[in-house]
Structures are given as structure tokens and as C-alpha cells.
Design a protein around this ligand. Structure first.
Ligand SMILES: [Zn+2]
Length: 488
């Protein structure tokens, strides 16, 4: 048996003027064949599974290139076509193959392509033919389009948000693909379109219960896999929105019933799935009123994980203006300020300007007398055991407020985002993290409280404030009356 593997991942926020170039992929994740790292990560979740099982002798693995960029604006046409054609060229050279498995994030948009994964799979299918089994692992913040559902035989999404289960879901996807190749199973899809845009963190109820419930249903009554597609609510493409995917072993009527039932449960709590958001000053007030710490405040509107620049300064301005002591903010993406900090050196005290650069929603820069705490070249944080590169990083202190400045854009994921740069997160009163939910897995281990705040960054939690053009209507909450339905 011969199996091909490759990855191509971008979560494209179509509302942002932050173009995603080929270089943006190379800087984040680029593993050509023969140069895979020891461990896969978030956007290469099936890499460990294919390598482990190939080593066991189950099949011959043909490695293709793996590309992933930090979420940002749509990819340039040249970048997408270059990566697509590189991977498809490798696939063509590898033929014949019995299976092709891919990590595709699932919310990639490029100039001229609203459904990059659908286009990619269409061309891959044309190469491998109808009998080859195609398996894909996707992020739940994907656009689960009808086209890609028709082209891939096996589709498995991460279940957890934060996405701590990328390895397990990759193993399942590879396992189902191999069983399909061996004709032990015949995967059939049922897809229910919930007609809604919403956020579904799995760390709190009621979403936690629904994820536990679908996991308990798998492996019984010919249910192979159940995925909840949250959708990516900052990607303006026709099929944006939440969808349920049930894979059964040739038991479509049962899959249809389950997909609808799970979809209806998800719709029922759409207004309460995400935790309530504090205002900026309301969040600071809450934190200061607590006896202990740290209080972790998520600055969700400037989450680089949703494509935001991560250089909005509103929290910093308010913390400094209020004279708050023992507060730290991370990460602020500002490669120029990092360079200036490196030029000044650790321990230097100087007037310093940072943040507030990329867009109107970044706010005004911070000008302050700062002390450079640490300058760390080629730094990183960790997420669920995986290394997340940050480029060169400088931490700075201005009175009672500290900040971590990064060169390679990323959201806050691990508490080592502070600890690696001379800021002990357990000893601070307030930690402001730029992230929507991925920070939770790590920071919940040290936080006295975790709260979510709505600042003035470019990712509002009220999706009605965004200038939608392409999404199919009606869809909640843009429209009050919607018609959820089984689409496959
Ligand atoms: Zn995601």
C-alpha cells in the first residue's frame, strides 16, 4: 500500500487588509519532503500518525510538502497556486497511490479562490482517480463546503476548542482512511447546515457536554466519526457557517438523523455558548477587585488566531493610565520595536514607541519610558506540547505594566509566553492575553480567574458589525429567520 501525505493551512480573515504571502507560510510552517520535524503540530496533526504507521510497515509513506501560515488576510493568488502546484506535482510523481491524506485547515481563501480546499481536492482527485481514498483532517473553524465533502472520502475535524486534540483526530482520520482502503468500511456522509455564525469554546458548558456526547456515540451503530464544524465567522465566503458532519459505515438514514439532532442541539444554545464579554475597564475593575491572582483577561478582538494583527494598544493605554501595578500584556506584534529593543540591549532604559501600527483597529502606539527586560532571539511558546515560533522577542517594563513584543505574529497559547521572557505569570495580578480561546488550556492551570473582554480590535464578537457580501443568506445572527437543513 502506498500513502501520500501533505499539509496546506490558512485560516483567512477576509475582512482584514493583512495580505498572506508565500513568505508568511515559509516563516511559520514549511516542511519539504524529507525535512519533517520530530513531531507534528496543530496544522500537521496527522503527521505523527502516518509516520508511526508507515514505520510499522502498514504502508509506504510518500512525503509531500507541509505549509501553514499564521491566520491573516486572504492568501495572494500566486502564493496559493505555487503551494498547490508544488504539492500536486509531488502527488503526481508519487502515483500510483492507494490513499492521499492531507491536513487542510479548511478556511483558506486566496485572491480568486473562495474555496481553496475545494479547488485543491478537485485537482488532487483528478490526479489520483476515483478509487484512491482521500482523507482530510480539518480545523473546526473551517468552511465545510459541499464541494469538499463530495471530493474527500474521510473528513475528521478537531473536536476541542482550544484545539488540543489535533494528534488524536489525525490518528482517527488516518485509521478510517486505511480501513476504507482495505474495504473494511464504506464511509458515507450526512451534513446538516445550522445556518448560523457563532463561537463554541469547548471548555465550558453546554458545549463541553455536546462534545462528550458525540464522542460517546462514535464506534456504535455504525457511526464512524462525528464532527462539529464551528465555521470561521470572519471568512466571508458563500458557505461560511456551522455544519455538522456524521460519517457512518454505509448507514446514511441513521447518520442523517444524528446530524440533524446534533445540529438542533447546537442551535439551541447558540446565544449562550460563548462566555459574556467585559468592557476593557470593566475587566480591569473585576481583576483589581479580586484578592488573589493572576486574573487572566482575554483580549478577544485582537486575536492573531483569528487573523488580527495583535498590535492593538487599548488595554495597554488603560492599564498605564490607571497606574495598575503587576500587569503584563502579551503578545504585541511589532518587529520594528523588537529590533529597537535588541539594539538597546537588556537592562537599557529609554523612551520607546511600540504597538498601534498595522491598521486603524490597532489604535495609537504606546510612547513610554521603558526598561528592556529580556531580548531572546528565535524564541517560542508551547501549545499542547508543540513548539510555536515567535521570532525574536523582547519583553519590556513601564512602571507596573509589562509587555511581550514578538516578531513572528502569533496568539497567546502557553503561559511560557511570559515565563520564557523574564515575567513570572504566577506572580502577576493581571495577565492580558491576545487570544480567543487557545490560551485557556495552559493559563487555566495558573489563573485564579479567566474572563473575556471586548476591546476595539478588528474581531468583534457581534458579527453583524462586519461588512458581509458573499455569505449565503439568511444566516443567524445577520438574519432573524433561518432555515437549518440537511444538505448532504
Ligand atoms: Zn480553529
Amino acid at each position: 500500500m502506498r500513502l501520500f501525505y501533505a499539509a496546506l493551512a490558512l485560516e483567512a480573515n477576509t475582512f482584514l487588509p493583512l495580505p498572506t504571502s508565500y513568505q508568511a507560510f515559509v516563516e511559520k510552517v514549511y516542511f519539504p519532503p524529507g525535512q519533517y520535524p520530530a513531531k507534528g503540530a496543530h496544522q500537521t496533526g496527522a503527521m505523527d500518525a502516518v509516520r508511526t504507521r508507515a514505520k510499522r510497515g502498514e504502508f509506504e509513506l510518500i512525503e509531500g510538502s507541509c505549509y501553514a501560515a499564521q491566520p491573516g488576510g486572504a492568501a495572494s493568488r500566486a502564493a496559493y497556486e505555487r503551494m498547490r502546484d508544488e504539492i500536486l506535482g509531488q502527488l503526481k510523481a508519487a502515483l500510483p497511490v492507494d490513499g492521499a491524506v492531507f491536513n487542510l485547515h479548511g478556511a483558506m481563501v486566496a485572491h480568486g479562490y473562495d474555496d481553496c480546499e475545494g479547488d485543491f481536492l478537485e485537482q488532487a482527485r483528478a490526479l489520483v482517480g476515483s478509487t484512491c481514498v482521500i482523507g482530510i483532517e480539518l480545523d473546526p473553524h473551517c468552511h465545510l463546503t459541499a464541494k469538499r465533502c463530495a471530493l474527500a472520502d474521510v473528513i475528521v475535524l478537531f473536536k476541542e476548542y482550544p484545539h488540543t486534540d489535533f494528534v488524536e483526530r489525525g490518528e482517527e482520520m488516518v485509521d478510517l482512511t486505511l480501513r476504507t482502503i482495505r474495504r473494511e468500511i464504506k464511509p458515507v456522509k450526512s451534513v446538516y447546515d445550522c445556518r448560523m455564525l457563532a463561537s463554541f469554546p469547548t471548555s465550558t458548558q453546554p458545549m463541553r457536554g455536546l462534545v462528550d456526547k458525540i464522542m460517546a456515540l462514535e464506534g456504535k451503530e455504525r457511526v464512524l466519526s462525528i464532527s462539529i464544524g464551528h465555521g470561521f465567522p470572519y471568512g466571508d465566503v458563500p458557505e461560511c457557517g456551522a455544519r455538522i458532519l456524521v460519517l457512518t459505515d454505509d448507514a446514511k438514514p441513521h447518520g442523517d438523523r444524528l446530524a440533524e439532532q446534533i445540529g438542533r442541539e447546537l442551535i439551541a444554545f447558540r446565544e449562550t455558548a460563548a462566555p459574556p464579554g467585559y468592557s476593557v475597564d470593566g475587566a480591569i475593575d473585576f481583576a483589581l477587585a479580586q484578592d488573589g491572582g493572576p486574573v487572566v483577561i482575554a483580549d478577544t478582538t485582537d486575536n492573531a488566531g483569528g487573523g488580527a494583527p495583535s498590535d492593538n494598544t487599548t488595554f495597554l493605554h488603560r492599564l498605564i493610565a490607571r497606574g495598575v501595578q503587576g500587569a503584563a500584556v502579551a503578545p504585541i506584534w511589532d518587529p520594528i520595536a523588537v529590533r529597537l529593543a535588541f539594539d538597546a540591549g537588556e537592562g537599557a532604559k529609554l523612551p520607546f514607541r511600540f504597538g498601534g501600527k498595522t491598521a486603524l483597529a490597532s489604535g495609537p502606539p504606546v510612547d513610554a519610558e521603558v526598561e528592556i527586560i529580556r531580548c531572546v532571539p528565535k524564541a517560542h511558546q508551547t501549545f499542547a506540547g508543540a513548539i510555536v515560533p515567535l521570532g525574536d522577542v523582547a519583553s519590556i517594563c513601564m512602571g507596573g505594566v509589562e509587555a511581550v513584543l514578538i516578531s513572528t505574529r502569533a496568539q497567546a497559547m502557553g503561559s511560557d509566553l511570559f515565563a520564557n521572557f523574564g515575567i513570572d505569570p504566577t506572580q502577576r495580578k493581571i495577565l492580558v492575553v491576545k487570544s480567543n480561546q487557545h490560551f485557556y488550556a495552559s493559563f487555566s492551570k495558573i489563573a485564579a480567574h479567566i474572563i473575556y473582554a471586548e476591546s476595539d480590535g478588528p474581531l468583534p464578537s457581534d458579527y453583524r458589525r462586519l461588512p458581509w457580501r458573499k455569505v449565503q443568506r439568511p444566516i443567524w445572527p445577520l438574519d432573524a429567520q433561518v432555515e437549518p437543513r440537511l444538505i448532504i
